[in-house]
Each structure stands twice: as C-alpha cells, then as structure tokens.
Design a protein around this ligand. Structure first.
Ligand code: SAJ
Length: 422
C-alpha cells in the first residue's frame, strides 16, 4: 500500500480508535490534537475517552511504536480529519474545526498526499475543505481545479460506528467512499483496505456527505415516530410498549423504542445539516427533530403531575418531602457517556426546580461530574429505591432491567423506556 505514514487529526471518539486500528495493522500513525492533555495521555499509552477495549489497542500501538500523538501536524502520506462538526445556535453547521484542521495540515502537505474528511458534514463541506487547502497551498494542485491530474487527492469517507462497539464496527461495517474524482476514491479505498473488512463502496463526495446525514436522519425520524406514539398512547390510556410489540409482528413494520428524548452527538445534530441546506423541503426531518427535542419537556410535565398526585394522596406532606430518584443519566443504555444526554438534562432540571431531594442512579459512573454535585446526589439502586417516592426510569441500563429490583407497588414509577414493560 502506498500510504505507510498516516496522520489522524482529531483524537476523539472516532479519530483515536481509527488511529489505533491503523497502528494495529503496523502503519506508522501520527495522531494530532489541539488538546495537550489528550496528546500526553495517548503518548503514555492511555486513553482519555471511554470505549470498550480501546485502552488495550492504544496501549499496544504506543508501546510497539506505531502510534504517537502531537499537537503540531507533521508530514504524512495520508491525512484523516476527524474533528467535531457541531451546529451553531441557529442550527447552522459550524465548520470551524474542519477549517482550522485543514489550515493546520496545509503547510506539511506534499505532492501525492491523500486528505480524507471523516467528520459528519453538510453537503459541500469536502469541496469547502479542498478550497481551504488550495488557498493555503497555491504551489500544489487540487481536484476541484485539476481533476484526475491533481497533486493532492481528496475524499469524504464518513464514519458510521456505534459508540460502545466502535472497534468491531470500524473493521466490519461497509464504508462509503466519496472521492472528489474517481482516482481520489481509489486512493481512499487503498488506504481503508488496511483494516476494513466490509465493502468499500465508491460514490462522489456530495453523495457520501448526504448518505451519512440520511442514515442518522432515518433513525431520528423513526425514533420520533415512536416518541409521538408514546405521547398519543398516554392520552388514550394504551400501553405503548405492548402496542409496538404487537405492531412489529407485522412482517413489514419495525417501530423503534420511545424514550425521554434523543441524545448523543450525532442523531440530534446531523438532521439539522439537511434542514439548514434545504429548509423548505426538509419538512419531515425538521418535525422529527422538534418531536424528539420536545420529549424531555413532556417527561418533566409527567413528573410534576406525579408530584401533585402524591401530595393529594398525602395531604400532610409538602413537595419538600417528596424524593424523586432518576434511574440513568447516560445518553443511552450501558454506556457512561453523559454528554448530550436527555436523561441528564431532565435530572438536572428536576434538581433545579423540585424543592425535595433528587437522587440519580448511574451504575456506569463512580462519581458525578463536579458541576452536577450541587444539584444531584448520586445513589445506588437499593438506596434510591428505599428513599424514593417517585422513580423516573430514564435509561434502560442492564442493571435496571431486573424487574424484581424495582417494586412498583411502593412508589410511583414513570418508565420512559419501557424497562418494566418489556
Ligand atoms: N434511541 C431511542 N430509541 C431507539 C433508539 C435510540 O430513544 O429505539 C435514542 C438513544 O437512547 C440515544 C439516541 O437515540 O439517546 C441515539 O442513540 P443511537 O444508538 O440510535 O445512536 P448513536 O448516536 O449512539 O450512534 C448513531 C448511529 N447511527 C445509526 O444507527 C444510523 C451510528 O451508527 C453512527 O455512527 C453514529 O450515530 C454517528 O457517529 O453518527
């Protein structure tokens, strides 16, 4: 393979596993990140994020000398950009990290290099990245002006891995390869074949960008359908979990699961990249976002009603006497990631306005982050159960699926995930 030295820019949840997997295939990998703490941690053979088995792979790669991290880009044969693409306050995509990553690698680019954008991006971002590179290096030629004859190859190859299963999915998933020209695509396939066992399917850069956004929008729309059903069923006094189980027995129906809202760093963000480009056309995609974003507020209203019911049944008590226990803070089951979590935002809101105690049970963390400690108390399943008047099930962690550990007869239970119903 022509690409022996690979630079991965952005050593987060996607970049670090990708760097480590290339290194495990005995490629020389230079990881680049602006975060000095991340760079130092990786160079000690340790990791600064949580992902099963990643610690072992990074440790081996660093010890064997295949992976090294730095804050300053160095020459390489291929560059993979895996930096965040958040949105701004108005849901417009923020390409600032891609812009600074491009500008940081531009000085070390040389003829024959390949630059791949892996970050989930709005349509047109790869062309924009190539334009930033061309502006910074007028001495080199790029595909947008020189086509197949360009000095530098550019492609978009979006990541599609599921947090918690990243190392397996990186290797096994099919990969969409969107080169700015066919030769750019061929170059990217040659690179990924170092570890990808799935198919590398070639398309153009714009289709690859839209493909990634489409996958996550598809899931968002389907979760919104389930969330809307849960609100409808609550009004009609129908058990939504039973309803979905029954409907899913139809051979062509496969409804997803309702929850307290959609979290994580992708599904709640990426559909907006379609909406921002085509605001008049993307009606369903926008509505799905609004339905899912509205779900935490609906859950909070349910808790307020439960508190009112409790006080009506116990007139000698005040709201100060009502203990609410939130089961789960992570953004989905069986992970410890609290970022962009609807469960966490609901627990925090309750902690801020409810005058009585609000406890949180999160078996995947040992301590609450510092900034949450004034608002929430971390508890165990047993202690929270013993003290709670209202249990709010927010995440379907495996620890909560044991029905016998939560006794509905003793307290009011609001089960946003169908943990007790399934
Ligand atoms: N959720 C529900 N109900 C469901 C499924 C999910 O409420 O039936 C919620 C989860 O609890 C969570 C959110 O949706 O809050 C997102 O979780 P997820 O497991 O659907 O997805 P992510 O964000 O962990 O990963 C997604 C994946 N995309 C798809 O499945 C189409 C992953 O393959 C992508 O690589 C990743 O986004 C990404 O990086 O874009």
């Amino acid at each position: 393979m022509p690409y022996q030295t690979i630079s991965v820019v952005g050593l987060g949840y996607i970049g670090l596993p990708t760097a480590a997997v290339f290194a495990s295939r005995k490629k020389k990998v230079i990881g680049v990140d602006v975060n000095q703490h991340a760079v130092d941690t990786i160079n000690r053979g340790e990791i600064h994020i949580v992902e099963p088995d990643l610690d072992m792979v990074v440790h081996a790669a660093v010890v064997e000398g295949y992976l090294r991290a730095t804050t300053v880009p160095e020459p390489a044969d291929a560059f993979l950009i895996a930096v965040p693409t958040p949105f701004k306050g108005d849901y417009e995509p923020d390409l600032g990290y891609i812009e600074s990553a491009s500008k940081s690698i531009a000085p070390v680019l040389k003829k024959g290099d390949l630059v791949i954008l892996e970050s989930t991006s709005p349509v047109g971002a790869t062309e924009q990245m190539a334009a930033w590179l061309a502006d910074a290096r007028p001495d080199l030629t790029f595909p947008q002006t020189h086509g197949e004859a360009s000095d530098i190859r550019v492609a978009h190859c979006p990541e599609r891995v599921l947090p918690g299963h990243v190392l397996r999915e990186l290797v096994q998933n099919d990969r969409v390869i969107g080169g700015m020209t066919p030769k750019c695509s061929d170059a990217a396939v040659a690179l990924y074949k170092a570890f990808v066992e799935g198919d590398c399917v070639i398309t153009n850069a714009r289709t690859a960008e839209m493909c990634k956004l489409t996958e996550n929008s598809f899931r968002d729309v389907n979760i919104a359908f389930a969330n809307e059903l849960s609100i409808i069923c609550d009004k009609l006094d129908i058990n939504v979990w039973e309803l979905i189980r029954l409907a899913n027995r139809h051979p062509r129906v496969n409804i997803l699961q309702p929850g307290p809202g959609v979290g994580g760093h992708c599904i709640a963000v990426d559909p907006w990249f379609i909406v921002s480009k085509t605001p008049n056309e993307a009606k369903l995609i926008r509505t799905a976002r609004e339905v899912n974003d509205g779900k935490p507020e609906w859950v909070i209203e349910k808790v307020k009603l439960a508190v009112a019911d409790f006080l009506q049944a116990n007139p000698e008590k005040t709201a100060r006497d009502v203990t609410i226990a939130c089961f789960g803070l992570a953004f989905k089951a069986d992970i410890d990631d609290l970022r962009e979590s609807p469960a966490l935002s609901i627990a925090l809101r309750l902690g801020q306005f409810h005058p009585g105690p609000v406890t949180a049970v999160e078996p995947n963390i040992v301590a609450l982050p510092e900034k949450l400690r004034n608002t929430l108390q971390l508890s165990t399943i047993e202690a929270a159960q013993a003290e709670a008047d209202i249990i709010l099930l927010l995440v379907d962690h495996k620890e909560f699926r044991n029905v016998s550990s939560i006794k509905p007869e003793k307290m009011k239970i609001i089960d946003t995930r169908g943990v007790l119903a399934n």
